[in-house]
Write a protein that binds this ligand. Structure first.
Ligand code: BGC
Length: 707
């Protein structure tokens, strides 16, 4: 099959010639199939859908729950057998971290810094979904997340644009897998600045300047476009007062023209209809006009386009050519993905509906790499029998947000993981039983699992209090009374405030929501079968008052010389420290890695790349994996540049006693940024390079770029 862009363009243009205006507008509509009342969303939107499909008035279908392949098959049959031009539907759903097999939530996966594994997990999700009638996922979510109050940080890859774009790339490649038969389209969302919602309140406004947008928030999207992402979804938010859904500057000028995105842009759920609530559209017709002319090609869920675009064209306010441009984006995508030639190839006779060994293996490895060890006073790995305490230990609520799997019941609780790994333990759900057990057993430690439930993060789950709740604190108090070393496991979809509990425990493992294999991964890490290697993709604040807090902040004219700087007139709080509890990139291992002095191939960069080297040694008994992080600071630039920016990382495996020289090439592209006139280029002058185990690294070397 000739799948070149030219060929797809030609075929799309030929088909377009046969289409009526109604059919063209139909291709710009995504409708929900099935009852969505369980999502609290308006089920009445569905009543006319099948009729509309047969009339060629629907281009995309949204599957809102896990297995609706029969309904989807009927919908596809209606499109292919009943509509005049037989244009197949593209069927979308939200697969953020697994379809049947659930992997760690995206924020946890990001802790692995393992883009190879992440790509594999995404490819596996695509494989599962492509057996069940799905052609496209509304993922990855590429919103930069600096505010843990925002519930959707769990769907993000954290606060860093470079890490975010590396993972964006892995996700896009994994899902789309060169358009192979068992691949699905990816939709990078939510373009853009949605993660900067004021106060961390979901759906609230963002206020980010264009240069900051381009240097931070847009970087992962730009990367996804470069890697050929098939669709982009715009955000619910307003940016500088203009909702993204009708934001011409961002959708048309920046995304389509400047970044060269050639696929269709889809709105978020009913977001076109909601333009009236934003106060920028008088009615659905006005909303359709504003969203369409700004660059939103497809409408999700609501029907402002279907009901109004034809009329608007007839009134001469939008030309048919403008409609054609949007429709061509859709048709080209349908040709590119093979949907036009084979509209039923994702409906397999032998439907997948259970976990497989292959999926579980990836899920297990991903879970093992995604947990982050935040404290260890030497109690881990476990030696001898332990006591597991509290009901959460046997809870299967370990999958996190956006999981539609049919197999939620097969998730491994912590207890199941301990059993599976045949560890020496007792379990008590209540403290009374624990006390009795402790009297008669020589436990080496007590382990509790605290934190959030899955529903406490994700969409529409913003919080103003990130401290642990009373039940959690009571459990810790009870556990402390057993007078055993205390190991805390924290489940959460965001960074929580751990300041008060970190002192009280001997070890703390942050386990997010690690997916189906949570229990086994935790048991293996605690027992030492797996040496933890996860690193934080988001800064952990000491308290909510520090939010937003992120490592790649801009310097001020009044930097602190240190925590004890006596000068009041500095950028600081008078009632507490500005330091995070744990910095970006932080995470312990059972191994002890030592970084020796870093050196450069050349202290002058003159047109060529230079190379920086660091020796990393494993000075411990444990073999382990270390994520070596490269940070750069531009000391003198046109605009103020961050105190440090991640520009590279390498995961290395070092055996006990082994050392390795790790090298990174420094290129102009790594030094470049968007200047105030919009140009993307590197400055001449001094740059500082840091290589270390997290973003708090202070030792650096400098070089000069001249050209
Ligand atoms: C979310 C999107 C999602 C869509 C469809 C919206 O509420 O913001 O991320 O893709 O629903 O389920």
């Amino acid at each position: 099959m000739d799948n070149t862009r030219e060929n797809n363009k030609q075929k799309a243009a030929l088909l377009l010639k046969k289409m009526t205006l109604t059919e063209k507008v139909g291709q710009l509509s995504q409708r929900t199939i099935g009852d969505t009342s369980h999502l609290g969303k308006d089920a009445t939107l569905n009543t006319e859908v099948f009729k509309d499909i047969a009339e060629g008035r629907v281009g995309f279908a949204l599957q809102p729950a896990y297995d609706m392949s029969n309904d989807m098959l009927q919908a596809q049959e209606a499109a292919v057998n009943k509509s005049r031009l037989k244009i197949p539907l593209m069927i979308n759903t939200d697969i953020l971290h697994g379809f049947i097999t659930i992997f760690p939530i995206p924020l946890a996966l990001a802790c692995s810094f393992d883009t190879v594994l992440i790509q594999k997990a995404a490819a596996f999700s695509a494989y599962e979904a492509s057996q069940c009638g799905i052609y496209c996922t509304h993922a990855p979510m590429l919103d930069l997340a600096r505010d843990p109050r925002w519930g959707r940080v769990s769907e993000s890859f954290g606060e860093d644009p470079f890490l975010g774009s590396e993972i964006a790339s892995a996700y896009v490649m994994g899902y789309q897998n060169n358009e192979a038969d068992n691949s699905i389209s990816a939709t990078a969302k939510h373009f853009a600045g949605y993660g900067a919602a004021e106060g961390g309140r979901d759906y609230d406004s963002s206020h980010v300047g264009e240069i900051e947008m381009k240097n931070y928030y847009l970087i992962p999207f730009k990367r996804a476009v470069e890697d050929g992402v098939n669709m982009i979804m715009c955000g619910f938010n307003t940016l500088d007062g203009m909702p993204l859904t009708c934001n011409k500057k961002y959708l048309t000028e920046i995304l389509k023209k400047e970044f060269g995105f050639e696929g269709p842009v889809i709105s978020d759920w009913c977001a076109i209809y909601e333009l009236a609530a934003h106060g920028v559209a008088e009615n659905p017709k006005d909303a359709a006009f504003k969203a369409f002319t700004a660059g939103t090609d497809i409408e999700m869920a609501s029907t402002c386009y279907n009901d109004n675009l034809e009329i608007i064209v007839k009134e001469g306010k939008i030309s048919e050519n403008q409609i054609d441009e949007a429709v061509l984006r859709v048709l080209e995508l349908k040709y590119k993905t093979g949907l036009m030639d084979n509209p039923f190839n994702h409906f397999k006779k032998e439907k997948l509906n259970s976990l497989t060994e292959e999926g579980e293996e990836i899920a297990e490895k991903a879970a093992e790499e995604s947990a982050v060890l935040l404290k260890n006073d030497g109690i881990l790995p476990l030696r001898g029998k332990c006591l597991l305490l509290g009901k959460k230990i046997e809870s299967k609520d370990v999958l996190g947000c956006w999981q539609l799997s049919s197999e939620a019941d097969k998730a491994y609780s912590i207890k199941k993981g301990f059993e599976n790994e045949k560890l020496d333990f007792d379990y008590a759900s209540e403290i009374q039983t624990a006390r009795e057990l402790a009297r008669n057993n020589n436990y080496k430690s007590v382990i509790v699992n605290i934190g959030e439930s899955s529903g406490e993060s994700g969409e529409a789950a913003s919080k103003q209090n990130l401290n642990l709740n009373k039940d959690n604190l009571d459990l810790i108090i009870s556990a402390k009374k057993l007078e055993l070393p205390l190991i805390i496991l924290v489940s959460a979809g965001r960074p929580l405030i751990l300041t008060n509990i970190i002192e009280q425990c001997d070890a703390l493992l942050y386990i997010w929501f690690l997916g189906h294999r949570t229990g086994t991964a935790v048991a293996r890490i605690l027992s030492g079968k797996i040496n933890p290697s996860g690193k934080l993709p988001m800064t952990f604040p000491q308290n909510e008052g520090q939010i937003p807090i992120y490592y790649n902040r801009l310097p001020t004219g009044r930097p602190l010389s240190g925590e004890n700087d006596p000068d009041k007139f500095k950028c600081r709080y008078i009632d507490g420290s500005g330091k995070p509890l744990f910095p970006f990139g932080y995470g312990l291992s059972y191994s002890k890695f030592k970084y020796n002095q870093i050196f450069l191939s050349n202290e002058i960069m003159n047109g060529e790349k230079i190379t920086v080297f660091a020796t990393v040694a494993n000075e411990s008994y444990w073999d382990g994996i270390e994520t070596v992080q490269l940070y750069i600071r531009d000391r003198f630039a046109e605009i103020s540049r961050p105190v440090k920016e991640l520009k590279g990382f390498k995961r290395i495996f070092l055996k006990s006693g082994q050392s390795e020289i790790v090298d990174f090439d420094i290129t102009d592209k790594m030094l470049a940024y968007y200047h105030s006139d919009g140009t993307f280029k590197a400055d001449n002058g001094t740059f500082e390079i840091f290589i270390g185990s997290d973003s708090s690294v202070t030792e650096s070397v400098k070089f000069k770029r001249i050209k």
